[in-house]
Design a protein around this ligand. Structure first.
Ligand code: 3AM
Length: 179
């Protein structure tokens, strides 16, 4: 099983985000139902480790919180070869705390922590040779995007199934945050 832990959004919010998924050549847009915020990527996992992770995530204690999504940006080598396009997240201590606890749960389940700095984001598209000028236009045209506050009440263990048309994400389990 290929797993990751994240946060999903209600369908109406995903539809708002999906409005951003247009108007840029070279972008392979994420399907609206797949839009999510990754807390930790886990990767290929055997059943035993997956069960241990489920137990540890079930023990996770963290408060529910609100997030606001804001702005658009890219990941990529120095901006010269941008590879993914995403919506950012307004600074949110509760989200950072939650991500740390998810990593701690991974470690207790025998998994290695991700190790890289957490940059909260919602991926909108993978980019392949998006024309520089069009990308700059897209980023400035959508720079004021803002959606929220969004109430986050649980953490989700997702399975990612890779298919020919891209990955499809299924929520395997939900772990409630403290109200
Ligand atoms: O939320 P995003 O889209 O940034 O890029 C993948 C996606 O993140 C990431 O895990 C999320 C759910 O698939 N991902 C995929 N393979 C990865 C890897 N080998 C990875 N993250 C780190 N290492």
């Amino acid at each position: 099983m290929r797993l990751f832990v994240g946060i999903d959004f209600p369908p109406e919010l995903r539809q708002c985000l999906a409005l951003l998924c247009a108007g840029l050549p070279g972008a392979r847009w994420v399907e609206p139902e797949n839009l999510h915020l990754t807390l930790a990527f886990i990767g290929e996992t055997d059943d035993e480790t997956a069960r241990a992770l489920d137990v540890e995530l079930g023990r996770l204690r963290a408060p529910a919180f609100d997030v606001t999504l804001t702005g658009v940006n890219v990941f990529g080598a120095g901006g010269r070869k941008p590879r993914s396009l995403w919506v950012g997240v307004e600074a949110c201590e509760a989200l950072v705390l939650l991500q740390g606890r998810v990593e701690a749960a991974m470690v207790r389940a025998g998994l290695a922590p991700e190790g890289r700095k957490f940059t909260p984001h919602v991926t909108l598209a993978r980019l392949k040779d998006a024309p520089t000028g069009r990308l700059a236009e897209y980023l400035s045209g959508n720079g004021l995007f803002r959606l929220g506050p969004i109430a986050i009440g649980d953490v989700v263990l997702f399975e990612s199934v890779l298919g020919r048309a891209g990955a499809h994400y299924t929520a395997l389990a939900r772990y409630p945050l403290a109200g």
